[in-house]
Write a protein that binds this ligand. Structure first.
Ligand SMILES: [Zn+2]
Length: 233
């Protein structure tokens, strides 16, 4: 994936060809202005100082064998709406369509088929609620090998990446948007390979994780132990 940088003056995308990393200059073809590449790419915002403040909802564990583990659990405010909504919507539709059949002991095929979308909707809503209640992000870092997990208990998605002393860590605009504004993701860059994650985390959490990664890369092996992995969360 080609990274997209945004001009700080006119918000137009800046292509890689118009970026000179060694002189730290990015040229915007739309408005003709130049800006600092470090600023445009978001690299300027990763600072080791962020490591001194562990953000809310975050835990850090260090283990000589397993390495460093960052766990992030945050209950979303949307639950305050989602739980009563699901209880009402699912409760009404499930009782009205299936509950009444069970209560009367009389099976109605037409009614049952009509209720399937409501049943599927209920399963999805309950899954989303469980994820928001119990879900976690977990980032493991150990001697050049990193792992990002997003899920509940052992169930979820795991993505792996590698890092070494040459790896660049940045916060950069991603394709994930909130209110039409691109959210920054944590970027682990090994040469041309990019590994991005964490766009939906809070800015504080991203800065802390990025700072931890930056610190880890400084003490990491000189070369990656294994090839880069790809995938999406
Ligand atoms: Zn511009």
């Amino acid at each position: 994936m080609q990274p997209e940088y945004i001009c700080p003056f006119c918000r137009s995308p800046i292509g890689m060809n118009d970026v000179n990393v060694s002189t730290d200059i990015a040229l915007c073809r739309t408005c003709g202005k130049t800006s600092s590449f470090a600023l445009v790419s978001g690299n300027a915002s990763v600072s080791l100082e962020a490591i001194d403040r562990i953000p809310m909802h975050m835990q850090v564990a260090r283990d000589p064998v397993l390495g460093k583990t960052i766990t992030y659990r945050k209950k979303s405010a949307i639950l305050l709406f989602l739980i009563p909504f699901t209880a009402f919507w699912s409760g009404m539709s499930m009782w009205g369509i299936y509950g009444t059949q069970l209560a009367s002991g009389h099976f109605d095929l037409g009614k049952s088929l009509f209720g399937l979308p409501f049943l599927i909707g209920t399963v999805i809503l309950v899954s989303v609620i469980l994820f928001l209640l119990l879900g976690k992000w977990q980032i493991r870092l150990h001697r050049g090998e990193g792992e990002v997990f997003l899920g509940i208990g052992p169930l979820g998605w795991t993505r792996r990446f590698t890092y070494n002393r040459e790896t660049r860590i940045a916060l950069r605009n991603s394709s994930v948007r909130s209110n039409n504004t691109p959210l920054q993701a944590i970027v682990v860059q090994n040469g041309d390979d990019e590994f991005m994650f964490g766009a939906t985390l809070t800015q504080e959490a991203k800065q802390f994780i990025a700072a931890t990664l930056l610190q880890e890369t400084q003490t990491a092996p000189l070369n990656s132990p294994s090839p880069f992995s790809t995938g999406f969360i």
